[in-house]
Design a protein around this ligand. Sequence first.
Ligand code: KG4
Ligand code: ZN
Length: 335
Amino acid sequence: MNVLGIETSCDDSSAAVVVDGRTVRSCVTSSQDSFHRRFGGVVPEIASRAHMEAIDVVCADALEQAGLTPAQIDAVAVTNGPGLVGSLLVGVGFAKGFAYTRGLPFLGVNHLEGHIAAAFLDSEAPTFPFVALVVSGGHSHLYEVVDFFRMRLLGQTVDDAAGEAFDKAAKLLGLGFPGGPAIDRAAQQGDPAACRLPRPMLHSDDLAMSFSGLKTAIRRLIEDAGGLAGLSTPDLAASFQAAVVDVLVGKALAALERTGIPRLVICGGVSANRRLREQAAAACNRRGMALTVPAPAYCTDNAAMIAAAGYRRLAAGERSALTLNGYASLAEAPR
Ligand code: KG4
Ligand code: ZN
């Protein structure tokens, strides 16, 4: 089944063609970073307008790169939440039009399910059940994933998401937007042990996480030094990154222990982080646990993961009606 996936939940306009939820024939993503950079974050109104301009181009490119005509597409999957409503509606509207005019089945997909389905793209697929650590700009969640359709929330951040913490820390460090990749890059030249930073909730007796205190700790370090001038930005970036990664890996290991499941998947934009990938691999290796992290291009928002998640449900007969809407939180969506 050739599924056209469409993702416009935040600031990336992406379209992809994926065969049977595994083989990526094409994945075209148009980043809006240059539009949002001067505002230091994603401006929702700008994001939806940029999606409007990009959506037909990325879809046409995805078909062309896949070497397929629209007539060779079997179904359409589109993110319909959670995300920025104005952004979501651009993808949902386009998907409806594409599917309706060609009489194709189409389906709204949960963005988080998409991030988890990225683990099944191209590489060796993880075995169910597994523990998934979903770390992105909006989420730091641990799930027990039973199969493609069932997952149980084990724990989540009580304040900022990990990606949000990266973005806010990068702003304080003057590293610009988007912050995660900037900290990852700066940290390459820094010493992760240079600044003493807390590991919030690492030893709390649960699977909750907290990242806003780390951002405050960075702000204090800068204030105490009388500004950034006297500090090493690479050292601060490396120390901050090490603290976040210690907490994420520690909590993921605690979830594996609690559930007794020896398989971990890490996904979402933050899973592109080099230190997180290295530390998680080393920790799982030591314990004989299996680890799957998608290729970096499938960690950050992309439409291939949406096509992969949509495929499983479409193959099981699920369909969305043409009344499908976009939702900031899928808890608001009618069932
Ligand atoms: O999954 P994603 O692309 O969008 C959301 O669903 O939110 O995640 C974006 C987040 C941003 O906060 C970004 O700074 C972070 O992922 N991110 C990273 C890296 N690449 C992206 N964080 C740390 N290291 C990276 N290399
Ligand atoms: Zn995402």
